[in-house]
Each structure stands twice: as structure tokens, then as C-alpha cells.
Design a protein. Structure first.
Ligand code: ZN
Length: 290
């Protein structure tokens, strides 16, 4: 069964800006190696450094999850497997726990048991269960069962030095905390001050989805965020600059007018309403979580 995405469009948001790096950035795993290093960065087929949307999403999600844990009334499984709830239980007992209205778990965290439960369920039964049980961060960022409401586009490089750098590292022995003799490696980085074009889309958010998204954005606005690898050396410290927010909200009496504008224009800026004060918007959405 493909992932469920059940509703029509009711609202849509675009968060657009630049991700500006204070320190150098290493997003590894590249297949195009133009510098003969042990650890090349990822590049587009044209050879430009970029940040895969999945890397940005991963950093954004784990940052939001860490903070969501501390917010009263919110649930997050942090994608950590729930081994306790079902330990030593028979299949029937596991199914009974899943059916129990008061049981507190996220289906993502108990995926083995949940896969058994959903075998002979209808799509409606599955949706009802997921709406009830998925944690707040799986609802927003997606789970093996339900599509993500938030989409992070690949980030194209804008301003940058035009050349990458190779840095040396040493392999540290974890026991002695000393560098192991001759165990050196090198890695490629995009030099400090590079900026990438950022686009995040959010579809049909409920107030919690929106609040959590704004918590993530606010961390990235505060220069508290790190992206990519080798963070222990301070790499990947970045902030969002020039944030713009665009909104399509069809849950108003202006529905037809807004829908027409959305359907007949091509640029996001023309299709949707501009939120005039992004900082105030973000603050309001976060406050609404409490
Ligand atoms: Zn979850």
C-alpha cells in the first residue's frame, strides 16, 4: 500500500530564504570527486556543491524532536524503537495493547507489532488509528505509514567562494583520546560564508504542525543550527537569512478568490499571500503551542 495522503488542499505555506554558513560545510557522500580527497562533498551533475533536502530535513527534524520532548502536551517518539511496551508479550497481547485506546505509543516506534496489526485492517481503520496514535513529529515529518506534510527542497548554492577546500583530520582513539599515529584522513568542505537558497513547503498543517515547524525555523534563525558532518569541529554552523513566508489559506470566506489566484499564476510570490512580518508570525505560532 502506498503512503496515505487523504485530504484535499486546504492550506499551503512556503518558507523561503537563504541558509548562510558561518563555518565551513561538509555534506559528504558525493560520487563526483573533483579534488581527489577521501571524503568528497555532494555535488550536482554540473559539479556545484549543494545540500540535499533530505540532509536539511534530517537536521531540522532532530532539532525539533529534541525540543518537542520538553513541551507539555506534545508527543514525539524521536524515531527511537519502543522496546519496552511489547517485551516478552505474545502476538495476541501485542494486538490488544495496540487496540487499547489509552495505550501511549507511536506506530513508527513499534513498527514490527504495528505491521502485524494492520495486516487485516481497512484503510479507514488504519487512518483512524494513525490519526489517534502517531506522535506529533511523525505526523509532521512523516512516518512509514503517512506521508510527510513538510517538504524540504534541495538547496542550490548561491554566493560562495567558487572553490572548495581540503582539510586534514586525524582519527582519534576513543579510549586514549589521543590521535592514532599515521591515521590521517582528509575531507572536502565548502568554505565559510557560503549561502544556499532554501525552500520549505508545508501542506495542510494543523496548529501543532505549524508550531513545530516554526520552532525549527526559529532555531535556524538563531544561528543555533548545524548541518552536515564533522560537527565536532564546528562545521556546518548556519542560520536562515532573508526569510519570507507565503500562505495559501482556503479555510476562509475568500476561498474562491484565493484559489483562482493560486491556480492562474505561476510564481509562488504571485500565487500566494505574503506574510508581512515573518518574525511575528513565527513567535505567534510557537506561543500557540502552550
Ligand atoms: Zn513518532
Amino acid at each position: 500500500m502506498s503512503k496515505l495522503n487523504k485530504r484535499g488542499l486546504t492550506s499551503k505555506y512556503l518558507f523561503k530564504g537563504r541558509l548562510k554558513f558561518k563555518t565551513a560545510l561538509h555534506v559528504g557522500g558525493g560520487k563526483i570527486n573533483v579534488t581527489n580527497t577521501d571524503n568528497p562533498i555532494v555535488r550536482t551533475p554540473e559539479g556545484f556543491p549543494f545540500i540535499p533536502g533530505s540532509s536539511f530535513k534530517g537536521a531540522f527534524r532532530s532539532m525539533v524532536e529534541k525540543l518537542a520532548v520538553s513541551i507539555p502536551g506534545l508527543r514525539t517518539c524521536q524515531l527511537i524503537e519502543d522496546e519496552e511496551s511489547f517485551k516478552g508479550k505474545s502476538d495476541e497481547e501485542c494486538l490488544r495493547i495496540i487496540e487499547n485506546k489509552d495505550a501511549d505509543y507511536c506506530p513508527t516506534a513499534i513498527h514490527k507489532e504495528f505491521a502485524k496489526w494492520k495486516q487485516n485492517k481497512t484503510e479507514t481503520e488504519l487512518i483512524t488509528m494513525l490519526e489517534d496514535k502517531l506522535c506529533n513529529t511523525c505526523t509532521l515529518f512523516g512516518s512509514p505509514y503517512m506521508a510527510s506534510k513538510i517538504t524540504f527542497h534541495d538547496l542550490k548554492i548561491g554566493d560562495w567562494a567558487g572553490v572548495t577546500q581540503i582539510r586534514d583530520g586525524v582519527v582519534i582513539d576513543r579510549d586514549s583520546e589521543r590521535a592514532k599515529d599515521r591515521l590521517k584522513y582528509d575531507f572536502e568542505v565548502v568554505p565559510p560564508d557560503a549561502a544556499f537558497d532554501m525552500e520549505i513547503w508545508l501542506e495542510n498543517p494543523n496548529p501543532t504542525d505549524m508550531g513545530l515547524t516554526c520552532i525549527g525555523l526559529n532555531e535556524f534563525l538563531s544561528e543555533m543550527a548545524y548541518l552536515g558532518g564533522i560537527k565536532s569541529r564546528g562545521l556546518g554552523n548556519c542560520r536562515i537569512k532573508d526569510l519570507e513566508i507565503y500562505e495559501l489559506n482556503l479555510e476562509t470566506d475568500k476561498k474562491e478568490e484565493r484559489l483562482m489566484k493560486y491556480l492562474t499564476h505561476t510564481k509562488p510570490e504571485d500565487k500566494m499571500e505574503n506574510i508581512s512580518d515573518p518574525s511575528h508570525f513565527i513567535q505567534t505560532q510557537i506561543e500557540a503551542l502552550f
